[in-house]
Design a protein around this ligand. Structure first.
Ligand code: NAP
Length: 261
């Protein structure tokens, strides 16, 4: 299927690794020009080189913290126009809510709620003027089925989800072919998941591989999702074919969520 995206410009945040990289890879292969960001310049440049080797769209790399005003300004300045915005940032740490002070909450809200809102605000009206816009927010399966130790994530991402639900239905945007959707990852094979498994292994005395295996067995598919699968779904949501698909929360979790709907 031709996704009809050749020559569009995308800003894909937090994309040197993991799910963001998966989205950027899929878009570049579709001929989309991308601006990718991450804090660590070395890994970001290595990813940019990998993506350029696809010989798809142009790839620009902007090192910076997307949760800061400076990071957002630099990322936006590198993108001639934002037709596609993929919002992403690192997830907050796990823990006990009794230990989280205001600063911990503000950090989580900044990364997983207010930064995407700022970027939506900076780009969406121009999308509507041009008659095409796709916004995909990477949130978490925890929005649908909260994970107790990830209270910062459950809270901040639910705030973003509520905001997006309202904006997506604004007639001035929806009637101008601008869609907003959230992608909710369950367990995917990324550095973050491996890092969290390493923490759990330390606590329990198991090996990291044993912790990862136990997690795989919990999922109906008996495996983690791949970043390529995640990226392909993101690219479809951004495609010209998905103009009637807006305001949705799309769970990519291998069937882990146990509900019928
Ligand atoms: P990952 O493999 O650790 O990759 C995170 C990427 O984001 C890296 O490129 C990282 O680069 C970049 N990044 C982090 N903070 C940033 C910031 N402030 N500014 C710019 N770039 C930043 O993580 P992931 O597994 O892909 O997760 C992506 C998001 O999905 C996270 O919010 C995570 O909580 C959520 N999620 C993931 C899963 C999963 O199974 N993987 C499940 C549910 C939710 P630098 O560190 O160099 O900045």
């Amino acid at each position: 299927m031709d996704l009809g995206l050749t020559g569009k410009w995308a800003l894909v945040c937090a994309a040197s690794k993991g799910l963001g990289k998966g989205c950027a890879s899929a878009l570049v292969r579709e001929g989309v020009n991308v601006v990718i960001t991450a804090r660590g310049a070395e890994a970001l440049e290595a990813t940019a080189a990998e993506l350029r080797a696809f010989k798809g769209g142009e790839v620009r790399a902007v090192a910076g913290d997307i949760t800061t005003a400076e990071g957002r300004t630099a990322a936006l300045a590198a993108c001639p126009q934002v037709d596609i915005l993929v919002n992403n940032a690192g997830g907050p740490p796990p823990g006990d809510f009794r230990d989280w002070d205001r600063e911990a909450w503000i950090k989580a809200l900044d990364a997983n709620m207010l930064t995407p809102i700022e970027l939506i605000k900076a780009t969406i009206d121009a999308m509507a003027e041009r008659g095409f816009g796709r916004i995909v927010n990477i949130t978490s399966a925890a929005v649908k089925a909260p994970i107790d130790v990830l209270g910062l994530s459950n809270g901040a991402r639910s705030g973003l989800t509520g905001f997006v639900a309202g904006v997506a239905r604004q007639r001035a945007l929806a009637s101008r072919n601008v869609t907003l959707n959230n992608l909710l990852p369950g367990p995917f094979d990324t550095d973050r998941v491996r890092g969290m498994a390493a923490g759990a292994a330390l606590k329990s005395g198991q090996t990291v591989e044993a912790v990862l295996d136990a997690r795989r067995q919990l999922n109906p598919t008996q495996r983690f999702g791949t970043t390529a699968e995640f990226g392909a779904t993101c690219a479809f949501l951004c495609s010209v074919h998905a103009g009637y698909l807006t305001g949705q929360n799309i769970l990519l979790d291998g069937g882990a969520y146990p509900g019928t709907f």
